[in-house]
Design a protein around this ligand. Structure first.
Ligand code: NAD
Ligand code: ZN
Length: 249
């Protein structure tokens, strides 16, 4: 009997010994945070090369902070959705060994996941561009009159997130490579797969025989280029279906 795509994915997950998830903006869409690309994305309003690049930030930090404030505003009411919660439960049950996320929204941690590599950093912390001090952003009230926020040393603060033109800190990058090398199954959830370094991961993973499963309502570059199972749908719907299938067994 031929297995459906869904049953095939279930079988791979059941057979996996070291499964990880690579998540992108799509997993947080149902938490009310739109992806940057697409009709409702912030790139329609803010040119990323101006507002979200390190050159743009150095040239005019106040202008970039107007964009960052929009992001902080989006996060205030955002809560983890079923997809974040299921991944956290799978970690607890030993079914999932960790998550590499491109998201900067902290929702995996809020859902209870512990092994999370934030490859593009997060908005949780601010870093001083002069002395390097890291400051927790929780409870900080950003006053749009007083932008950009300043460190005690007089330096300008920036979210500890990777801007365009900035390199990913090597410790974060190498942590990703190690996680990919150890994995025998990877779930790519809600990512277009075009942003560095996630665009490198499938090739690295396939070299050691890792199985790839994608969860996304649309076909992506990953679907087109690589041998992977595509589960078409929204992250919370597909993960809920998968979790139910496991609970029934
Ligand atoms: P992307 O915007 O390039 O792609 C998002 C993907 O999610 C698309 O392929 C889309 O089809 C899919 N998608 C949309 N709704 C979905 C849903 N409900 N369930 C599953 N998939 C869905 O995002 P990316 O690949 O993560 O890369 C963009 C960059 O933007 C990353 O660096 C990321 O850090 C950043 N970003 C982060 C957030 C966040 O932290 N929540 C939000 C926007 C952008
Ligand atoms: Zn400082």
């Amino acid at each position: 009997m031929q297995l459906s795509v869904f049953d095939h994915a279930i079988q791979l997950i059941r057979d996996s010994r070291h499964m990880i998830a690579v998540t992108g903006a799509g997993i947080s869409v149902d938490s009310g945070i739109p992806a940057f690309r697409g009709d409702t994305g912030l790139w329609n309003t803010y040119d990323p090369s101006v507002y979200a690049s390190i050159e743009g930030f150095r040239e005019n930090p106040r202008r970039s902070w107007e964009f960052f404030l929009e992001l902080y505003d989006q996060l205030i009411d955002a809560r983890p959705n079923a997809a974040h919660t299921i991944l956290a439960e799978w970690e607890q049950k030993g079914l999932l060994q960790g998550i590499i996320t491109q998201n900067i929204d902290d929702l995996h941690q809020q859902a209870g996941s512990h092994h999370v590599i934030e490859v593009h950093g997060s908005l949780r912390n601010l870093i001083c561009t002069t002395c390097g001090q890291i400051i927790h952003s929780r409870g900080m009230i950003f006053d749009s009159v007083d932008l950009p926020p300043m460190c005690r040393c007089g330096g300008i603060l920036k979210p500890e997130a990777v801007l365009f033109g900035e390199s990913i800190p090597s410790t974060w990058y190498f942590a990703c490579l190690e996680a990919i090398r150890k994995a025998d199954t990877i779930l790519f959830i809600g990512t277009s797969g075009i942003v560095h370094p996630v665009n490198e991961f499938p090739e690295i993973a396939l070299r050691h025989g890792c199985r790839l499963i994608e969860i996304n309502p649309d076909a992506t570059v990953l679907t087109r280029l690589y041998d992977m199972i595509h589960l078409q749908g929204f992250a919370n719907d597909v993960l809920t279906r998968l979790a139910e299938a496991f609970n029934e067994q």
